[in-house]
Write a protein that binds this ligand. Structure first.
Ligand code: ADP
Ligand code: MG
Length: 739
């Protein structure tokens, strides 16, 4: 046999085994094809990185006779098949019952509509069954059972060692075949190569790579397994952070940016005219942004700040730096409503410094006339606004739209506020040098790429209100510099939050709404249309609005807002609510982000158990934005055994600190769900958890950045460049090497 390497195809391990058609399937494609198609495993290296999902520790199995005492626990039993019965149920399903016993008792495995199980689990073979012990109709069962054939035709110690790995399998291949392939591959491979530079292995006192890759599949004991996991986690994080460092360096040095004048007349007048005192955090963030913008390299900065922390003012001062340097800026929001809101902030804050909307200024032809007038009255400038701004969304149509587009292209418009979509499609900027993107995480890292093509190399400021735990931010936004607004404007108090479960509590909540409205305040009621595209969910919100109007608040002025409304209608409803024409706004989660109505002091959230923590926090951020005390009531319709929901709601009651909640969210759900990692364009982590492995992340990051510092293009380390190529695949490649 020729020597096996990590690049060898899976068929080179054992061609007979790799071509085996597994399980009950006698037709289907051979194992190696299933591995490639179903699990993306084509070569030996990829097979070895397909780590076990769990292990069956035979020394820790439970006798079947003891299961009754273990209800609710996750256990594994091992026994032999005594009988296999097939029958049709009354509902016409086909049911296979496999009776397994181990001498201390018997257990029934029941399969519905999986007739092949009858031929797979034949009498006499030995099975390991894992699951949660429970009584169902007075019979012992293992819920969510996972069954594994321990000894088939070719009994071998691979499968019956003390700790047996269970790899994720897929249709057409069993975990047993995968395990055999891994075992033979490890037998035939020489010492496995070290992916991390040896100086780092030594400095970090990492355990041996070869041992780790072997032990993670076939550990002798728990200690060996844990050592292996720690070591392989470092590999994963090192590769990820190396990519982050590589990109960050490349982006910063790829192009020259514009050196802006940051300390100019316009920004100074703007700051002097602000109707409030900036928070210390705002001052700090402005300074950091100013330092970036003053340099001739492109800014890539993330402005992180909890809802209500005052990001818009910071963004605006950055925009004015671009304007006073003779260039253009844009502020983009993810929704019409938010774009409209940013626009109003711009309008109110810029009017004070002589700004005007382009639509209220003379058109281009008039402008030409002005020029000739200028010739005649030298020294007497006509009133031209210090800053010209414009709003561009789907609602901007007809002549207005033409005028705005033309003004953006000619450079007449200094600052454009709009939605992301519009900036992507067919909008030409005369001279864009600063782009502010609000709530970027909803759109993924790639948004930035598209945007950059709009300007030469505009400075980019990304704003997010979703507090991202530091370890996550460092990695997923790791190519950005970060400014944090960790201080609320003075005079705000966090909303008092309660959970309502009983009818009496519901009545109290309604009474609260009434009291506040009588005191001149307003209220939000949020209905759980989590999927705005879902007609049924939106319908539910409409029904709720009707019910509240008819039965609960017949005397109050109620408005409805949902995601299926036309943008112009949404905007109109928001506008009239903001103007105080409605007392209660019933809405789906379209109000989630950014909406600013300081007079609203109550928020009721229906079916709060259906929302994630990040979303609940965003929702609650809509209140507590004025000087009045505010209240949030979370209705919990989940049963008593929805532990996760209870934990989330309890966290909401406990704290209103976004970073604390984000950490809690990570703990409860794992980072994959906080925002879409796939969408972020970065590679998945198999073993490491950014939430739990903060210390390891930090170590790997420091080392990776040092490597890039010393050798930015990795020209002296082709093997590390290769490591990046293998780690960053698909979309992530784009992120790493292009754009
Ligand atoms: P967010 O960070 O959620 O985007 P905004 O920028 O919308 O917050 O600011 C929320 C509200 O607070 C706005 O009405 C804004 O004008 C106001 N605001 C911003 N900074 C301050 C401050 N330093 N003091 C008082 N009010 C402020
Ligand atoms: Mg905002």
């Amino acid at each position: 046999m020729s020597p096996l390497t990590l690049d060898s195809p899976v068929t080179a391990i054992d061609s007979q085994l790799a071509r085996r058609r597994t399980g009950f399937r006698t037709k289907g494609p051979p194992a190696h094809e299933v591995l490639a198609e179903g699990l993306g495993i084509r070569n030996v290296g990829q097979l070895l990185r397909h780590y076990p999902r769990r292990y069956i520790d035979r020394s820790a199995t439970v006798p079947i006779g003891e299961l009754r005492f273990r209800q609710g626990q996750d256990v594994t039993v091992i026994g032999r098949v005594r009988s296999v019965q097939q029958r049709a149920t009354r509902r016409g399903q086909r049911m296979v019952t496999v009776k397994v016993s181990d001498g201390t008792g018997a257990l029934d495995l029941v399969f519905f509509n999986q007739p092949w199980t009858a031929s797979m689990y034949r009498t006499g073979i030995e099975l390991a069954v894992s699951g949660r012990a429970a009584l169902y109709q007075r019979r012992l069962q293992l819920q969510k059972q996972e069954v594994e054939i321990l000894r088939g035709d070719d009994a071998e110690t691979v499968h019956t060692g003390r700790i047996t790995p269970v790899h994720r399998a897929t249709e057409g291949i069993t975990t047993r075949t995968i395990r055999e392939l891994v075992y033979r591959a490890l037998q035939r491979l020489g010492p496995l190569p070290e992916p991390v530079p040896s100086e780092i292995v030594a400095a970090e006192a990492l355990s041996d790579e070869d041992a780790a890759l072997r032990d993670i599949h076939f550990p002798d004991d728990e200690a060996a397994r844990r050592r292996a996991v720690d070591r392989l986690k470092f590999d994963e994080l090192f590769a990820l952070e190396l990519g982050v460092a590589y990109r960050k360096h490349r982006v910063e040095h790829a192009a020259r940016g514009i050196a802006h004048l940051v300390d100019g007349e316009l920004t100074n007048r703007f700051l002097a005219a602000l109707p409030f005192e900036l928070t210390g955090a705002q001052v700090r963030a402005m300074k950091e942004i100013g330092e970036d913008m003053a340099q001739a390299k492109p800014m890539n900065r993330l402005l992180q700040g909890d809802v209500g922390s005052g990001k818009t003012v910071v963004a605006l001062s950055a925009a004015l730096a671009a304007v006073q340097s003779g260039h253009q800026a844009t502020i983009m929001a993810p929704t019409e409503v938010l774009a409209g809101q940013h626009y109003r902030t711009v309008q109110s804050l810029l009017t004070a410094v002589g700004g005007a909307d382009v639509l209220s200024t003379p058109g281009p032809r008039d402008a030409a006339a002005q020029v000739s007038m200028l010739d005649e009255h030298v020294g007497q400038e006509p009133e031209s606004p210090a800053v010209t701004f414009a709003l561009l969304t789907a609602v901007t149509t007809g002549k207005d739209r033409e005028r705005v587009l033309q003004g953006i292209a000619s450079g007449e418009v200094d600052l454009v506020v709009g939605t992301h979509a519009l900036v992507q499609e067919g909008v030409e900027f005369g001279d864009l040098t600063l782009a502010v993107i609000d709530e970027q995480h909803r759109f993924g890292v790639h948004q930035r790429v598209i945007l950059k093509e709009k300007g030469a190399h505009p400075d980019v400021l990304i704003m997010t209100a979703t507090p991202i735990p530091r370890t996550l931010a460092l990695t997923y936004y790791g190519d950005l510099d970060v400014s944090v607004l960790d201080e609320m404007p003075a005079g705000r108090s966090p909303p008092a939050t309660t959970v309502a479960r009983t009818p009496a509590q519901r009545s109290q909540a309604y009474a609260l709404v009434r009291e506040e409205v009588q005191a001149g305040r307003q209220a939000f009621v949020v209905c759980a249309a989590i999927d705005e595209g879902n007609r049924l969910e939106v319908r539910a919100a409409e029904k709720e609005a009707e019910r509240l109007q008819a039965q609960v608040f017949p005397d109050l002025r109620i408005a409805l807002l949902h995601g299926r409304m036309r943008p112009a209608d949404k905007e109109r409803v928001m506008e009239s609510f903001r103007a105080g024409e409605h007392d209660v706004l019933i809405s789906t989660t379209v109000i989630e982000v950014g909406v600013d109505v300081p007079n609203a002091t109550v928020m009721l959230v229906e079916n709060a158990e259906r929302f994630g923590l990040a979303q609940l926090h965003q929702l609650r951020g809509r209140i507590g934005r004025g000087s009045h005390r505010s209240h949030c009531v979370l209705f919990d319709e989940s049963g008593p055994d929805n532990d996760d929901a209870r934990a989330r709601l309890a966290a909401m009651v406990r704290t209103s600190d976004g970073f604390e909640l984000a950490d809690e969210d990570l703990r409860l759900r794992g980072e994959g769900t906080l925002f879409d990692i796939k969408q972020s364009g970065l590679p998945d982590l198999k073993l490491a958890r950014l939430a739990d492995d903060a210390e390891l992340v930090r170590r790997a990051r420091t080392r990776a950045f040092a490597v890039i510092d010393a050798d930015p293009g990795l020209g002296r380390s082709p093997e590390l460049l290769e490591l990046l190529r293998q780690t960053f695949t698909g979309e992530a490649i784009e992120w790493l090497f292009h754009s």
